[in-house]
Design a protein around this ligand. Sequence first.
Ligand code: ASP
Ligand code: MG
Length: 424
Amino acid sequence: MARLVMKFGGTSVADLERIYNVARHVKREHEAGHEVAVVVSAMAGKTNELVNWVNQMPQVTGTNAPIFDAREYDSIVASGEQVTSGLLAIALQSMGVDARSWLGWQIPVKTDNAHGAARIEDIDGSDLIKRMSGGQVAVVAGFQGVAPDNRIATLGRGGSDTSAVALAAGVKADRCDIYTDVDGVYTTDPRMTPSARRLERITFEEMLEMASLGAKVLQVRSVELAMVHGVRTFVRSSFDDPDSIDSSNGANPPGTLICNEDEILEQQTVTGIAYAKDEAQISLRRVSDKPGIAAAVFGPLATAHVNVDMIVQNVSEDGSVTDMTFTVPAGDLDRALKTLESSKESIGYEVVQSDPEMVKVSVIGIGMRSHAGVASSAFQALADKGINIRAITTSEIKISILIDQDYTELAVRTLHSVYGLDKD
Ligand code: ASP
Ligand code: MG
């Protein structure tokens, strides 16, 4: 028998009927003899509502500048998860399953002091383990912990995935099941590419790239934690009929297991294609080619909190001037341009050009480590479709290509078939 952490997101607990359905999933695993802890999000839309209340307060009080106290923000927005954990415990009890709800501070889930975006530092799982091995289901409010100042801290939006993975590490669970509104991780976004396939397995490293580069299934931080602690994480649908699932043989229903490389027998060269819209391109033309220029460009941008991503710089022919191109989030473009304008003297460029409508398409797969020619087939395929590449970056297991947003769909679909990812 196994020790499981089961996590249910906002859409899975959106109303009382769905909470009851979640309870049936939990009961099934519990009856199969597993030790179970459940992590829940707030009901869909609840956290947004709470955040909006905080943001609207200055209008009511007539203060112009928002009086933003992150400790009070946390105590307000953490309340959504408190409600669902209690409701789920009641639903379980009504089915004859021994269950008890837990808030972050009660476990405790210890975080740092960064209220509003706290990081989990430690989870003492001993109390929960005792209860779970005695047959009690622990229903844990996700998204929250307790900071060193002894006040509630929240983990940043989408943080209940991280709560679940951290708890799985804290109670030494055999698996962390993330129940969500999709039945797993796909080779690419199935809404854009109907031929996308669900992956049976994906490595931690690949999933981290997929999540960071645009796939929205899991919070990036949760994947990092899963990788560091080796938490086998199974992404599956909460909308399957709870009674149609056989829990005795591990993760048998459809889903995607995120795991170590050695658990994956047949490794594909490319595992998935991710994309991130809302990238803006900035090019500095005729920048002088001398030491200190990159520092003069990116120093002020960093000070202005502009997040620079891809950077391409050419080597000049005669050592005098060159071009420099980089990308920033489209939302940061104005701030970036203003910053560059005010550093024009110290950088010494002739003109700035920018384009706010770019997309970064990424090809991901750990098989690239040992296969040559992966990048060149992407470039050829895009060329055949007449898609112009603006910038390229690579790492050991990914290639990212910057193109015009208008070509997003065509590029994603083309790369998806070039690497043989289309379903039969
Ligand atoms: N309820 C929180 C949010 O909406 C945490 C989560 O759902 O993961 O961000
Ligand atoms: Mg979520």
